[in-house]
Design a protein around this ligand. Structure first.
Ligand SMILES: [Mg+2]
Length: 430
């Protein structure tokens, strides 16, 4: 006959058995068995997971981010963020939300796949559709973690590391035509002020006086020399041990990519990012083959399918944006795919600290994580501090983000503070 066997009965029997051994039944059942049993009963039951249901999805846009909040019938909620391809995306987010009502948030992969397949004829391969799906998917992980009292990295299979190393995007592109000295100063400032040991600089500059044609993206000899001089000034200022990453934002052509990748080889870059646009993945192959400078790409690629093509064409480092390319589960799948090619995973990140921490959970969960992007706006723009709630100390220290151990992502949204930055009369968490 099948016996019913509960966690409570097991604990009680264990206590009695222990009491028999030690001859102190009463004391042990009071101090061990019952205490432990009561402790289980006293645990805050945020949810009975099998019964948890999604009731509503709200959203709002702040800056370049779509924020979503998935509510449940047990008073807990999950938050997620999508970036870049999200202008005017509120109706899509709310539409996805309507189909979630009544579903269990724990079926994250199934919900992701249901929505992705539903978009087969409606843009489900890339762009806004996938960026919004990324926000929804991230919020499902957050809600599931809160319901189960587990951090997201644990739901993703556990962690390889407690801290995630980040590189600082210096945002020097906001300076008009920065000189080599400006580059060197920005590098030493990021190191001395904020403690970073990995930096990124942008080389593309449409206003370069040595550029002769607005639409042709073949860099002139003057532009090539300007790029080299800027990076050489940084390398000289920071020494050989600092990771020096370089982005060209996909704004040049194949011959320029070949030229600059070869020319900077002696500067020992960590990577040269998207020297050509990312629409034709085949074009990366010869660039990557012909230089010792590592070539990276992927911030405008969507879903694992695109990353397979980048990997098949010899890209040295993949950099998906998890708030855009499909969310945390797809980010982990891309990392694991790259791992089969022995390729590092260095995600692009232009989100708020909610998105940054969500990304950090995935970075912790895969063996081939290399570097995660970190933005200087976290240090210079108060909005980013105001719109989130986080009480675990420094956001970043010595170029590392400590992955939260709180249930879910570990970062909450401050909706009231966000309201100050909303634009127009678009839906905003109502
Ligand atoms: Mg980039």
């Amino acid at each position: 006959m099948k016996q019913s066997f509960s966690r409570r009965s097991f604990l009680t029997k264990s206590a009695i058995a222990s009491a028999g051994v030690f001859g102190a039944a009463t004391a042990l059942s009071d101090t061990f068995g019952m205490t432990y049993t009561n402790k289980i009963d006293d645990q805050p039951k945020l949810s009975a997971p099998s019964d948890l249901k999604i009731t509503d999805v709200q959203c709002g846009i702040i800056g370049g981010s779509l924020f979503v909040k998935i509510h449940s019938d047990q008073g807990i909620y999950g938050c997620g963020e999508g970036v870049d391809a999200i202008r005017g995306s509120e109706s899509l987010a709310l539409g996805f939300g309507r189909r979630l009502r009544g579903q269990s948030p724990f079926n994250v992969h199934k919900i992701f796949e249901d929505i992705r397949r539903a978009g087969h004829f409606g843009g489900g391969q890339a762009g806004m559709y996938v960026a919004v799906l990324s926000a929804i998917e991230t919020a499902l992980w957050d809600l599931s973690g809160k319901a189960l009292d587990l951090p997201v990295y644990q739901l993703l299979g556990g962690k390889f590391r407690d801290k995630v190393r980040v590189y600082c995007d210096t945002a020097l592109y906001r300076v008009r035509f920065p000189s080599p000295d400006d580059f060197a100063q920005a590098a030493t400032d990021a190191i001395s002020n904020w403690g970073f040991n990995a930096l990124k600089f942008d080389l593309d500059y449409a206003g370069d006086p040595d550029k002769y044609d607005r639409y042709n993206w073949t860099a002139s000899p003057g532009e090539i020399n300007r790029m080299y001089d800027q990076l050489a000034a940084v390398r000289k200022a920071v020494g050989p041990k600092i990771d020096l990453c370089v982005d060209m934002h996909g704004r040049y052509d194949h011959v320029t990519a070949q030229t600059i990748a070869k020319k900077v080889e002696d500067l020992n870059l960590t990577w040269l990012e998207e020297p050509i646009p990312a629409e034709n993945y085949d074009a990366f192959k010869t660039i990557a083959e012909e230089t010792s400078t590592p070539i990276s790409a992927g911030e405008n690629a969507y879903l694992g399918h695109a990353f397979k093509q980048l990997l098949d064409n010899g890209v040295d480092i993949v950099m998906p944006d998890l708030q855009k390319c499909g969310g945390l589960g797809e980010g982990q799948r891309i990392a694991n795919l790259a791992n089969l090619y022995y390729v590092p995973f260095s995600p692009h990140m232009v989100a708020s600290f909610l998105g940054a921490m969500a990304c950090a959970h995935v970075c912790a969960s895969v063996p081939n994580f290399h570097l995660m992007e970190w933005q200087s706006y976290f240090h210079t723009n108060d909005m980013y501090k105001k719109i989130v709630i986080f009480d675990e100390g420094d956001w970043v220290k010595d170029s590392f983000v400590t992955v939260s151990n709180k249930p879910g992502i570990g970062v909450d949204l401050n909706i009231e503070a966000m309201r100050e930055y909303k634009r127009g009369d678009a839906p905003f968490f109502d």
